[in-house]
Design a protein around this ligand. Sequence first.
Ligand SMILES: [Zn+2]
Length: 521
Amino acid sequence: MIEGFFKRMSVFLFVLCGLASFLSGAEAIDNILADKLIPLPKKAVFNGGEWFKLSDSAQVGVKTFLNLSEEDKSRIGDIFESYWDAEPGIEFSTCEDMKDADEEAYKVSVSEKALEISAKSHAGVLHALKTLRQLAEPMRGTLKTEAYIIPQCAIEDSPSMKFRGMHITIMPETKSFEVEKKVRLAAYYKFNYVVLEFWGCYPSKVRPEFNFENPDLSRSDIKRIAGVAKELGVCLIPQMTVFGHASGSMFRSGKHSALDLNPEFAPLFEPTGWTWCLSNPHAKEAIKDMALEMWELFGKPEYFHIGCDEAYDFATCSECAKADKKELLKNHIMYFRDLFAKAGVKVMMWHDMLLEKEDPRWKGMTASAKPEQGLKDLYKELPKDIVVCCWEYAYLPKDENAPVFPTGKFFADAGFNTLMCSWTSAKNTDLMGKFVSGNSLYGMMGTMWYNDFGEPFQKIYMQTAAAAWGGKPPRLEEGQKSFLRRLNFDRHLRQVSIDMGMDKMEQSGRTENQSVPRFLY
Ligand SMILES: [Zn+2]
């Protein structure tokens, strides 16, 4: 009797354990596939069964609400060839079901025999193809890749904000290959804007005396990268700091891209050299020459970033000290705003010099103006077409379900197009994305600064892409659980590097060398 009971219990437990391992096995496969996708789409269901083989005889359908041009169709065919070395017969048609969808939304449906993409427009189709590229793997069991296979799935996604940006810093030692690689990866992760900020190394022809030389980044390289970005659906935005950070270098390095080698230009800067001297008309003239030259080199994009952060020594020279600081800064910002507005271009600026550090409303947040500078009401006198870039890297709102970033809310409520900017913190980036999409702010921008290699490079790209598209965050803080996702990031970086014709070890991966970062901090 007792023996029989134990026997029955054993069978029951065996079945239970088998069922549990079956469920966790299926879930594990789904997680393996989901980890391939960066950003993770809002819906991704994997159906099991035989994988779809992407060969020349494969059946592929592309349905869009808006008609595709012949050029768009041919581009889609080229992408199949370049991603998967396949030329399937693609059947293009129009559909009504994406009529009310977001301009960039897409759906993917893959069965054993057919692959179908639905989108509102060409942009959505391109996003779908990026998702499929991440999901595909080479057919198993051969020495070399003969074809690609894709798991059966149903995927749906749409961005949570219109402006999805990445801010990339370029140092005198940054190589052109690295810049292009980061721009291409931004496009692969479905960002649509990239800001390039040169730290004292913009190769100016009109004012070469203000920049260190970058031996590996020429004017023609920049022009070419701007063209590549445009082709990939990314607008490349130039940045020239017109206020603080005039040294053209990191605060940490102590270098000055103008004064170290050309000290005769000292009157153009405040005595420490960190901020431009706003009362000197020659400073304005020099900045204008470089800014316009840069904007033209970038292909005259719709935005120009004028910096304006962390002007620690603002108005410390004998002339600026006598001036009305608010008027001085207002006239300076308006000069550049008007210069670009004439060409239909919007200027972007960092927010922190418009808020006072001592103001209790900004406790725990970023504000750099001093009360004696009288800048706290300057924002009221600035036109609302200025895009305010609100960088809040450490703030964590208390209400995680309806997060609010007070500095960002302040500028949005004042009527400015407000971009929230994140850095390395996973939690901060995730909550910021929720704040931006939940309150219909202008958008979001990840920033790299000196964290532009190694693990921080991974984190910033993965976290910001997830926040901008509104899918599940990548959980990069979860130690070993995030290894597979991080390895997939490296695979994606390899794919874009191969697209570029990588042929040197230094061009591969997240760092130039295997073990030594090129910039220690
Ligand atoms: Zn001055």
